[in-house]
Design a protein around this ligand. Structure first.
Ligand code: HEC
Ligand code: HEC
Length: 211
């Protein structure tokens, strides 16, 4: 009993030294910069804010669900057309790579630039649907579902936050603001969309409540 008593101060000392060591190690880990590129730094320095994030996503959602975006993000394997998002005439199919099936390739009709005139195919050198193994469906998704899906690398084409931010300037996203003659623009400017997109992602990419 006596021997044990003598050892108590030593045990306390060891425990104290260990905690100091663990604290020093973990705090160094925490404070080590995770990000190196300017974009990443910006992402990680932004404060999480669920209210601002959800509010920004309202705007993002309005654009994603507009026909200029949703027509290429259908729930089925045929693209949609027009402001009423009807099934694409002649029913070109997605195919494995999203570029069409057999002789019905998207680029047979969709040229690198818009073809002048009403009811002509909008143009872009890269015009295609997301691939069969990663369909990135927007159609029929609630805001809650879509917010969760967009940040899931298994469903968004393996994109981290940085790649998602960069996607705001993707050629096919920009194509949404250069529609064929007679078609509506998305509900806000590209600059306004990009600002909302980045705000949503940087403040924590929160999903609105399910409804
Ligand atoms: C011509 C068809 C087409 C149009 C129009 C289009 N997209 Fe896409 N979109 C794609 C394809 C193909 C991919 C997959 C490419 C990739 O992963 O890089 C994609 C991927 C995405 C992604 C990343 C995937 C994800 O789920 O996070 C986002 C975000 C996106 N599109 C947003 C938009 C927005 C916003 C618009 C409208 C302003 C739009 N798209 C219009 C074809 C289109
Ligand atoms: C046989 C020719 C043809 C083929 C092949 C074709 N398209 Fe189209 N596409 C058109 C035409 C024409 C329009 C315009 C129709 C209109 O405005 O009435 C159009 C419109 C669209 C639109 C609507 C754009 C918008 O903003 O509303 C999308 C989306 C689209 N095509 C995607 C595709 C995809 C993806 C493929 C390949 C899987 C494809 N198309 C293959 C002829 C074609």
């Amino acid at each position: 009993m006596n021997m044990l008593k003598n050892k108590i101060p030593a045990v306390i000392l060891v425990v104290l030294l260990c905690s100091v060591g663990i604290y020093a190690y973990t705090s160094q880990r925490v404070h080590k910069p995770i990000a190196t590129s300017p974009v990443e730094k910006k992402v990680f320095s932004a404060k999480k804010d669920s209210v601002a994030s959800v509010k920004a996503f309202e705007k993002v959602y309005a654009v994603l669900m507009s026909p200029r975006c949703m027509n290429c993000h259908p729930s089925g394997d045929i693209p949609l057309q027009g402001d009423d998002s009807h099934i694409h005439t002649m029913q070109p199919k997605r195919g494995v790579d999203g570029k069409g099936l057999y002789a019905m390739k998207c680029t047979n009709c969709h040229q690198p630039e818009n073809t002048p005139g009403p009811h002509t195919p909008p143009g872009n050198p890269n015009w295609h649907l997301p691939p069969a193994n990663m369909k990135m469906v927007f159609q029929d998704r609630t805001a809650h579902q879509l917010a969760k899906q967009l940040i899931d690398p298994k469903q968004n084409g393996n994109k981290d936050i940085k790649k998602l931010i960069e996607h705001a300037d993707d050629g096919l996203v920009l194509a949404g603001w250069k529609p064929a003659e007679g078609l509506k623009l998305p509900p806000m400017s590209h600059a306004e969309f990009k600002k909302a997109w980045i705000t949503w992602l940087e403040t924590g990419a929160y999903a609105p409540q399910p409804n």
